[in-house]
Design a protein around this ligand. Structure first.
Ligand SMILES: [Fe+2]
Ligand SMILES: [Fe+2]
Length: 176
């Protein structure tokens, strides 16, 4: 479905990269005193914005229109499970961000394998390589601020929720 509707996938992908950068900046804004978080999210925001730039350039090259974001049901449904107003809010935010990164990495890798080894296949391969470390970055940060056993247990719970969400989503030409 994705390869047959690559134009739609590219527009959706541009939104994903922009939102990944925005998530990193939002964490810095919310937790300014957490040095490791600020340091690693700064680097992450730069990488994600670089990805956005690469995908946006591809849109322009193909004469596609970058439009308003129609929203991402996968991310919206997953974010419902972030506990609000508790000590664990940051843990959930980090782990949900990590799960989204892991799923994105998986999808970009699949696209890289499915596309011809031409320009776009190479672009996706390069991006998938960078994305590979992002999920772990968020799990590492969660472990920096919470007990490893608690992080592991919560990650397991969230992954179970994610499996249900992913199984029920319709098959559409988008990253998630
Ligand atoms: Fe990215
Ligand atoms: Fe990423």
């Amino acid at each position: 479905v994705a390869v047959r509707n690559l134009d739609q996938v590219l527009v959706d992908h541009a939104h994903c990269e922009r939102k990944a950068a925005a998530t990193a900046l939002s964490l810095i804004n919310r937790y300014p005193k957490m040095h490791d978080l600020v340091r690693r999210c700064t680097r992450l925001a730069q990488e994600e914005l670089g990805h956005f730039q690469a995908v946006y350039n591809e849109l322009v090259k193909r004469g596609l229109e970058y439009d308003y974001d129609r929203g991402d049901p996968y991310v919206q449904q997953l974010s419902v499970h972030i506990r609000k107003g508790t000590q664990e809010h940051l843990m959930d935010r980090l782990l949900v961000a990590g799960i989204i990164e892991a799923r994105s990495h998986e999808r970009l890798l699949l696209l890289a394998q499915a596309l011809e080894a031409g320009e776009l296949g190479d672009l996706y391969r390069d991006m998938a390589n960078t994305e590979a470390g992002h999920a772990q970055l968020f799990v590492d940060l969660a472990t920096r601020y919470y007990l490893a056993a608690d992080v592991e247990a919560r990650l397991g719970e969230l992954l179970q929720r994610e499996a249900v969400i992913a199984a029920e989503l319709p098959l559409e030409p988008r990253i998630h």
